[in-house]
Design a protein around this ligand. Sequence first.
Ligand code: MG
Length: 454
Amino acid sequence: MNNRRELLKAMALLPLAACTRAVDINDTTDSPQPGPSPAGWLPVDKDLNLQKVKIKKVKAILTAPYGIELVIVKVETDQPGLHGIGCATFRQRALTVASAVDDYLDDFCRDKDVSNIEDIWQTAYVSSYWRNGPVLNNALSGLDQALWDIKGKMAGMPVYQLLGGKTRFAVDTYTSASGRTPEACMDNVANFREQGYRHIRIQLGGYGATHLSEHPPYKDHGFGHPDDNTMDPQAYKRGIVELFRLARKKFGDGIEFLHDMHERLEPMDAIDLIKKLEEYRPFFIEDPFSPENMGWFKMLRQQSSVPIAMGELFNNPHEWIEPMSQRMYDFIRIHISQIGGITPAMKVARLGEWFNVRTAWHGPRDTSPVGHAANAHIDLAIWNFGIQEGKSWNDLTHEVFPGAPKIENGYLFVNEAPGLGIDIDEEKAKKYSLPNYNYKWTQVRKADGTPVRP
Ligand code: MG
């Protein structure tokens, strides 16, 4: 197969050549050929004998080129130059994930056949016996994405090709516009619209809409922490209705608006707000309830036709299988770098296809560019793609992550190099050590100080 050899040689000329150096997979002299005699079988292309590539090391790389603690998993093989990377980022527990990778997954993966992604996934998944939680899920996600990256490099194809090829030319994304007032938010909407975005998520105030209640009674009494945010549910509801009213008045109907409720409201307040937003035709409303409140979806669906997106906090398949099959939401929004990577995400996407649940993978800033690449490769391949939360990065980040996806006119494009099309420059990554090992999630409280669940 000279064509194939030439393809592998040509890979060496690509920008990512350093990490995709042609692998000599023709040498099968010491590779056992298991199974029955090949007599009478079709000839085997020796180039495609990938059985001898083994995992030599799995390690975590911590870096923060744009100020957010990123955890990258790198899988090294016994083939010089052949490695893969994946995103295991869990900002609030970065060191714990790194330990799960370095202290457990590395040993677990040593000498395993790099080709058998499903087998490695299934056995790693139960290797701790207890499973389906964050941290271990994140570590598994990084490993899984790295294995797909390697498989793509060995095949000489972008990962989306291995998943079935493209069903769209690029990945349509949304971005988020926020402001302390509806008017300030509209200025940001105008700015993003000029950049070509067709979908814009509109938010009011900080996370938890703290500005709507600046002097909550609990702070006057020294309760909680000075940095805690406060949720005033009725002020928030009035603010968001006004935000949508103004957005439609200023920008008309030829643009899509989204909103994330961040699970903050009591269930009946959430349903009440969604009903009030119906006349402004949201593209979707995200996270109306916390994962502990799944039982309220049925009531919401009986009362409103507003499309709903849900799932970024889901850890366990049991959290999404039943609601998807019952059509409790329109967009599944799992965090691929937290549920176990590309392998389970493809299964979730395929499950959704049969219930017309579309995807809207979670894509915040605390997903690394590697994780965004993984999201995008799936987005390109699946039929029931809905929308992607997109992010852009500074030049520094593109230096640390050569080949990172890029957004133009709201469309996200992946680097077409084999694998995920992205690599990490470890020397540069080292320069940007984690800024704060004690990063804490912002606690939101009610006026009397009661903690609110996200
Ligand atoms: Mg959300």
